[in-house]
Design a protein around this ligand. Structure first.
Ligand SMILES: Cc1ncc(COP(=O)(O)O)c(C=O)c1O
Length: 422
């Protein structure tokens, strides 16, 4: 069966909700997606049947052990990790990144250099700036081209020196939608002897993520951005995770992945995250038979998940093209991001725009009155908004369709904007 939007939407009860007859139109997805029923069911089952701490001999504790093991295996499949031991769960990407930055900082010396990017969400910038402050590190900034909305990797080559220890970069921009060539960044960083820390929060919901093919050193993402519950996931290369000092309690395990998981985790969150991965696998098995052939090296769930991501991204590209064309047809609208239809492989469908006279928050409020959900402002991409000179103009309006959105919803948005913008 090819991609079947109606079948997909039937998995998400939230998409069928309306308010006084007006359907809810979710274009707020880059800030958090809706969840399929199977995620809710798995979380409920966890709380009802596996509600205990880990490592006991009694039934609920053994069930909880199984929930955790399954979640690690699921995330290892989604990220193509070499081992589930390389998967660390935490509250969210920001908390995990602060945690990782503290440990990584211990391995760096005064005068060592790190590179952060002007395109990233602050969660992949500020933890590193604070670590740099605490450890006396030199921070270098990788700018993006404000004309193409992409990085010029020649600039990265100029920034890398024999003192560079770490390059922090996003898989996709949460504001511009630009999809970055992480493998190329990692190749360059490794050639200079530096590690890479990848913020995949906005790429993981849209494209297949393969940490071994990217050859990165750390990669963080958030399940609530890919149809799961509020939970963060950090993958790290085994040797590095083993060698880094973890900020942990004395009584906690010294082994992977436990040494990086502080306190008691959200087991129900893990159950939901595993169900979100299984949701992708279900799509991959039932709707992506063609794409499965692209992953002969994988088996079972791993193969289905990666095939699903390719299938969903193909559909999302059509949404991005219609959205950009619709926005560009509106007088006074500027789209901030890659707009060339031939370049839809180089962006996720998250699209930012501004208007010549109407402020972003006023546009978002007017859309909210029509039950169309979007975000406005900097959305924590503070450096991006500054680089584009949009800080004093209230940032941008961000429209973020995902695979469960329809072309009809895009048309409704464009019609609403025709009526609203003045
Ligand atoms: C690109 C990116 N990185 C990091 C984050 C922070 O994620 P979390 O809420 O899991 O800390 C976000 C959240 O919007 C994001 O879009």
């Amino acid at each position: 069966m090819p991609y079947d939007l109606d079948a997909v939407r039937a998995h998400f009860p939230a998409l069928a909700v309306s308010d006084k007859g007006a359907p809810r139109i979710h274009f707020d997805n880059p800030a958090g997606t809706q969840v399929p029923t199977m995620v809710v069911e798995r979380m409920r089952d966890c709380l009802l049947e596996s509600n205990a701490n880990l490592g006991g001999g009694f039934r609920t504790s053994r069930n909880a052990d199984a929930v955790v093991a399954d979640a690690r295996a699921a995330m290892a499949d989604m990220l193509n990790a070499a081992s589930p031991d390389e998967i660390v769960f935490g509250q969210n990407m920001t908390t995990l990144t602060f945690h990782a930055a503290r440990s990584l900082g211990r391995a760096l010396k005064e005068g060592d250099e790190i590179i952060v990017s002007r395109m990233d969400h602050d969660a992949n910038i500020y933890p590193w700036l604070l670590t740099a402050r605490d450890r006396g590190l030199v921070v270098r900034w990788l700018e993006f081209d404000t004309g193409t909305y992409e990085f010029d990797l020649a600039m990265l080559d100029r920034l890398l020196t024999d003192r560079t220890r770490l390059v922090c970069i996003g898989g996709a921009s949460n504001l511009l939608g630009t999809l970055n060539d992480v493998a190329a960044v990692t190749r360059r960083a490794h050639a200079a002897g530096a590690w890479t820390y990848i913020d995949a929060v906005q790429s993981a919901p849209h494209v297949s993520t393969d940490v071994q093919a990217l050859d990165c050193d750390f990669l963080a993402c958030s399940a609530y951005k890919f149809f799961g519950p509020h939970q963060g996931i950090l993958w790290g290369r085994r040797e590095l995770l083993e060698s880094l000092e973890a900020y942990k309690l004395r009584a906690a395990y010294d082994t992977l992945p436990w040494k990086f998981e502080t306190g008691t985790q959200s087991h129900e969150g893990m159950a939901g995250t595993a169900a979100a991965v299984d949701y992708f696998a279900m799509i991959g098995e039932s709707m992506a038979s063609e794409e499965q052939g692209r992953y002969p090296q994988f088996e079972g769930r791993r193969r289905y998940v990666h095939a699903a991501m390719d299938c969903l991204f193909e559909y999302e590209k059509t949404l991005a093209d219609s959205l950009i064309a619709g926005l560009e047809s509106l007088p006074g609208v500027t789209v901030h991001g890659v707009t060339d239809p031939g370049a839809s492989d180089r962006r996720v469908p998250t699209v930012a725009f501004s208007h010549a006279s109407m402020r972003p928050e006023a546009i978002a409020d007017a859309l909210a009155k029509r039950n169309i959900f979007v975000w406005s402002g900097h959305n924590y991409a503070v450096e991006v908004v500054k680089a584009l000179g949009l800080q004093d103009r209230g940032g941008v309006v961000r429209v973020g369709p995902v695979h469960y959105n329809s072309h009809a919803e895009i048309e409704m948005l464009i019609e609403a904007l025709e009526a609203i913008l003045h």
